[in-house]
Write a protein that binds this ligand. Structure first.
Ligand code: ADP
Ligand code: MG
Length: 695
């Protein structure tokens, strides 16, 4: 039997599956027999035991059995059907909010039932809402289950019981007609003490009662771990393969010009920190090589990544190559544009600008200058990589991503940008530190540089969590800060993902604050404003003319006004930790003590409280990122959940972090000695791999 044939076996091979059911299976991502067998339970229940009613505990999820004593419709706030069930030890109510009259009739007093469900507290003793139940006509029926009961993810129209039946059929076919090949070489199985693939799958669909229910439900049984290992391995292999392709082309080698670097550094009002020096040296070394660089530059907000990017750019420009610097928002891109112009023009370097808003002749002119090589560095938003944007000689791509871009999106950029035989180097700057475990699995072989220190003299921001009911006090504080000559941000947060609403809220807040803060010069900035208008406000804020800047989260990234020392974030509970940390990084850039006030709308949920407390107690981006990961899970942290990327069927990056080191070693072994298995593993676990790598 050739490899992987299970993928070719249609679900309609199973008894009872026709075209309509096949469509339903598709909704679950199950397209063939292989998918069905890898569709694993997300939970298990023990229905092999019947629990006496008098020993039930609140919150248990258990099976009880007894005789129906009564059956009544209750007209309370919500109409419901209540059946009282009794065994030798006591009584419990079964409650149905949705029921038919046929169902009511079938639950007649005197019948015996076996029920399964969550034990809740009712008005008179315990209740189960909508239990799963079956009637018992013969005492042998009581314990029908001999294994733990798997509960699968499913959709409307495929009940658990039926799904279990199909899986059982599939497993039978597996033994008789089809073969599932274990793709992991024996050496790996041995080294890491992994069980065989078939054993794992069998056990997980049909776990004997001797297995520990808690271990299974936590996903850490050896059977689940074996599959998680294989899945992580497949993902890693996919990333590794993906990186191998661009690596076949070579990149230009850039010469370092000491003179140019010195000219640039001499005009800065500060000395580089050690962290900046080390990072720049590391990148500079990469750029002299013909192996395309793919490096992540991580540094907390305010650590001074921009200067490092400028030094790298100089190296490319010195060797007659062009640089593209992309930022996630127009405001940030503008800010970079101004900094680079200020730094580079005195050195005789031409800095270009491109954004989606640049239209008509201006755009044409920009594209012409880019094509002719007159622009030596081009700064802008993702417009830098649209189809009609053609570089004369692109040698370095720098992406200032903060945490806005998806991981994979970035990786594919340089392929898009690349129309020649030359592969540009790529530097990705991020202020959201990627926790080490994630970095290892997701970024595969992305090299990484960390700027571990902040410029000297920075005082950590003092953060307070305050209820919005104390708004008046806050307004007083704003006034006194402004009177003392410093500047203030007031941030309005996203309202239900709607940018328009957010802008409106900011407008309303600004109008409102004007009333209470007479004599203070208030500016407003949000995403819906024209670029010129935004620029004017930002310039006025920088020069100190605007004292209080009311803003939406657009200021989150990159805005740099060292004189701002107070930030108020309204409805801070709506934002994630990473975003809050970014925002807060806008203050504390000067040498005076800065403050950040997290205003919340009471009542504060438990989760929000934990989140805000983490932020109050720490200014360390790495610590905050680790906490974020703990609280939200990796998909959210990387922003890939929505795109459906990086979703694992079985593995869980956090839970299975310990596997990653072995996965890494194994992937190298496979790439070296088992090319066929590599392909098959990727195919088995990542069906849509084109999408995976080319978003
Ligand atoms: P980020 O890493 O968040 O992008 P920036 O590059 O915007 O940080 O730098 C933040 C601020 O720190 C800027 O005002 C920048 O001029 C300043 N800065 C950068 N490096 C140093 C340094 N070595 N010493 C003092 N200030 C610095
Ligand atoms: Mg920055």
């Amino acid at each position: 039997m050739p490899n992987n044939t299970l993928e070719l076996v249609s679900l309609t091979t199973l008894k009872g599956v026709g075209p309509s059911l096949e469509r339903k299976f598709k909704q679950l991502g199950i397209h063939n027999l292989k998918d069905l067998l890898f569709h694993l339970p997300f939970r298990y229940e023990d229905r092999t035991k019947i629990i006496p009613i008098n020993s039930l505990k609140l919150g248990d999820r258990v099976q009880v059995s007894g005789e129906i004593i009564s059956n009544n419709i209750i007209f309370g706030r919500r109409r419901s059907l209540q059946c009282v069930l009794g065994d030798k030890t006591g009584f419990i109510s079964l409650r149905f909010f949705h029921f038919s009259s046929a169902q009511r009739d079938s639950l007649a007093p005197g019948k015996f039932l076996c029920c399964y469900g969550d034990i809740r507290r009712g008005r008179k003793g315990f209740e189960i809402y909508h239990p799963e139940y079956r009637e018992i006509t013969n005492s042998d029926d009581i314990l029908s289950e001999s294994t733990l009961t798997p509960i699968y993810p499913t959709v409307d129209g495929i009940q658990q019981k039926r799904l279990r039946g199909f899986v059982r059929q599939g497993m039978e076919l597996l033994g008789e007609t089809y073969e599932l090949i274990d793709l992991l070489p024996p050496k790996i199985l041995r080294n890491y003490q992994l069980c065989g693939l078939i054993d794992a799958i069998k056990m997980l669909h049909n776990p004997p009662t001797c297995l520990d229910l808690e271990t299974l439900n936590a996903g850490i049984s050896p059977f689940q771990q074996r599959l998680a290992f294989e899945e992580l391995l497949a993902h890693r292999l996919c990333m590794r393969k993906f990186r191998q392709i661009p690596d076949q082309k070579s990149a230009p080698s850039f010469k370092i010009s000491k003179e140019l670097n010195e000219q640039f550094l001499d005009q800065l009002p500060f000395e580089l920190t050690n962290g900046q020096k080390l990072a720049s040296e590391e990148i500079a070394r990469d750029l002299t090589q013909v192996t395309p660089m793919l490096r992540l530059l991580q540094g907390d907000v305010g650590s001074g990544k921009t200067v490092v990017a400028a030094l790298s750019s100089l190296q490319a420009i010195n060797s007659d190559f062009q640089v593209a610097l992309m930022a996630p928002t127009e405001i940030l891109a503008e800010q970079h544009f101004h900094s680079f112009k200020q730094w580079f023009e005195p050195l005789g370097i031409e800095v270009g600008w491109l954004s989606g808003r640049l239209k008509g002749t201006k755009r044409k002119e920009a594209l012409r200058k880019l094509g002719s090589g007159s622009y030596q560095i081009l700064i802008g938003t993702h417009a830098l990589f649209q189809k009609d944007v053609i570089y004369k000689k692109l040698g370095l791509i720098i992406i200032d991503e903060q945490h806005r871009f998806g991981v994979h999106q970035r990786l594919s950029l340089r392929n898009k940008a690349n129309r020649s035989e030359i592969q540009p180097h790529q530097l990705v700057m991020t202020a959201t530190p990627i926790p080490r475990t994630l970095a290892m699995s997701v970024y595969a072989d992305l090299d990484s540089t960390v700027i571990a220190e902040l410029p000297p003299g920075r005082v950590p921001v003092n953060t307070a969590i305050i209820s919005s009911q104390r708004r008046n006090e806050i307004i007083k504080r704003i006034r006194s800060a402004c009177v003392d000559g410093s500047q203030v941000y007031w941030v309005c947060t996203l309202i239900e993902e709607s940018e328009t609403l957010e802008c409106e809220a900011a407008e309303a807040t600004a109008t409102n604050l004007v009333k209470y803060l007479e004599g203070i010069n208030i500016g407003l900035i949000h995403g819906r404003m024209k670029v010129e208008e935004k620029n004017r406000i930002m310039t006025d804020f920088k020069s100190g003319k605007v004292q209080l800047l009311v803003a939406t989260t657009v200021i989150e990234v990159g805005v740099d006004v060292p004189n701002a020392s107070l930030m108020v974030i309204e409805n801070a509970e709506r934002l994630g930790l990473a975003q809050l940390h970014q925002l807060r990084g806008r203050v504390g850039r000067g040498s005076s003590q800065s403050h950040c006030i997290l205003l919340y709308q009471s009542p504060l949920s438990r989760d929000s409280k934990i989140r805000l407390t983490v932020l109050r107690d720490s200014n360390d981006g790495f610590y905050i990122a680790e906490k974020d990961l703990e609280l939200r899970g990796p998909g959210q942290v990387l922003g890939t959940n929505q795109a459906g990327l990086m979703s694992f069927k079985i593995a869980d990056l956090q839970r299975d972090a310990l596997l990653l080191e072995d996965v890494k070693t194994s992937s190298e072994l496979l790439l070296k000695n088992h090319q066929n298995e590599v392909e098959s593993l990727i195919r088995r676990w990542i069906s849509d791999r084109e999408e995976y790598v080319n978003v």
